[in-house]
Design a protein around this ligand. Structure first.
Ligand SMILES: *Cc1c(COP(=O)(O)O)cnc(C)c1O
Length: 358
């Protein structure tokens, strides 16, 4: 499928942000976006990159009522000498199709998807920040657009991709977070949609996050919905615990988002010679390890921050300090190694980096 490109006229181009230290996350979007439509019987059609604009939707567009909506998140990185890289984009494409399958939405051809990512990022390449740690965030999204009420899979969809510059996650160095163990509210139940990036999962998570924020905590540490016993994820990131000399992360049981960064951390830690276990981990074991002094590090993983160290855990009225509230050496090492691969600053032994320009 050939992607049509309609360029924004020069006089209508937005001014680029002047101060890259003020970029933040998810506030600025570029001059163009990609979109294509789907209709039952016709399939995906009319792929186009066109001037960024609001969408037109019927008030009964089914995504607005029954949340048939999924998304992805990845980044484009500027390397030396005009090089532009994506990081494991095929993983995001496959995951989007896994989300689509679970939500009764149509799959997208992997080649068309990758082609759209590359063409859009290259067209918007002047928007990719130059400062260390900053990047171009990419948000592929699919929504049900059929105008109809009544709960059923829609027969029309829109797939679109928007991109926007985002700042370095740690402009002033790491700042370990404080996390709150939620025993009352859950993120995902077995048999549900926890493994998908479906919008509804995030709406359902807001209330617990607000309670945690009101108590002074940055993120919620989610436990499993059945027994309220096993750790699952933290906020919208995967989670790792270094207990003794073993790095433990919850297994992918269907309630956990299979993070691309999670997988990269596992592979890299094993490459360092560290013992990594993907298994169920009771919160009680984490607390016991903390009391015994064997809980060395806790960190979250995700595309936004790569690795985000946790300095404190709140559980049943008590606070447990991890590594004296400081970033641990393993989190720091993983962060640096993955970041250098993403920006083309070191050899990529894993074959993760995809050069799309330069
Ligand atoms: C996106 C996401 C992650 C992290 O996935 P990455 O592919 O590493 O960015 C983890 N948990 C949840 C709930 C997420 O939405």
């Amino acid at each position: 499928m050939e992607i049509k490109i309609i360029k924004t006229p020069p006089e209508k181009l937005k001014p680029k942000p002047k101060d890259e230290s003020q970029l933040g996350f998810g506030k600025i979007f570029t001059d163009h976006f990609f979109n294509m439509k789907y209709k039952n019987g016709k399939g995906w059609h009319d792929p186009v990159i066109e001037p960024y604009r609001p969408l037109q939707l019927d008030p009964t567009a089914m995504c607005l009522h029954y949340a048939q909506e999924i998304f992805e998140g990845l980044k484009a990185y500027r390397g030396k000498d005009g090089a532009i890289f994506l990081f494991r984009p095929t993983e995001n494409i496959k995951r989007m199709n896994a989300s689509a399958e679970r939500m009764c939405m149509p799959a997208i051809d992997e080649n068309v998807f990758l082609d759209a990512l590359k063409k859009l990022v290259i067209l918007e390449k002047d928007w990719i920040p130059h400062s260390a740690g900053a990047s171009l965030y990419i948000r592929p999204t699919m929504i049900a657009t059929e105008a109809a009420l009544g709960v059923h899979p829609a027969d029309e969809y829109l797939f679109f991709i928007v991109v926007g510059p985002v700042g370095a996650y740690y402009p002033e160095g790491f700042s370990p977070t404080k996390i709150f163990v939620s025993e009352k509210y859950v993120r995902a139940a077995a048999g549900g949609t926890g493994f998908t990036k479906a919008g509804g999962n995030y709406a359902a998570s807001l209330y617990a996050s607000r309670i945690a924020a009101n108590m002074g905590y940055t993120q919620v540490l989610w436990l499993d919905a059945r027994e309220n016993k096993f750790v699952e994820e933290v906020g919208t990131s995967n989670i790792f615990f270094l207990i003794g000399d073993e790095l433990i992360t919850p297994a992918l049981t269907g309630t956990i988002l299979p993070g691309v960064t999670r997988n990269s951390v596992i592979q890299m830690a094993r490459h360092f010679g560290i013992k990594v276990a993907e298994r169920q981990l009771p919160i009680d074991d984490v607390i016991t390890a903390s009391q015994k002094g064997t809980l060395k590090e806790v960190f979250a993983s995700g595309t936004a921050a790569i690795v985000s160290p946790v300095g404190q855990i709140y559980f049943r009225g008590k606070e447990y300090l991890i590594n004296n509230g400081k970033t641990g050496p393993l989190a720091e090492k993983l962060y640096n190694e993955i970041l250098q691969i993403q920006y083309g600053l070191k050899e990529d032994e894993f074959g993760w980096r995809v050069k799309i320009h330069g």
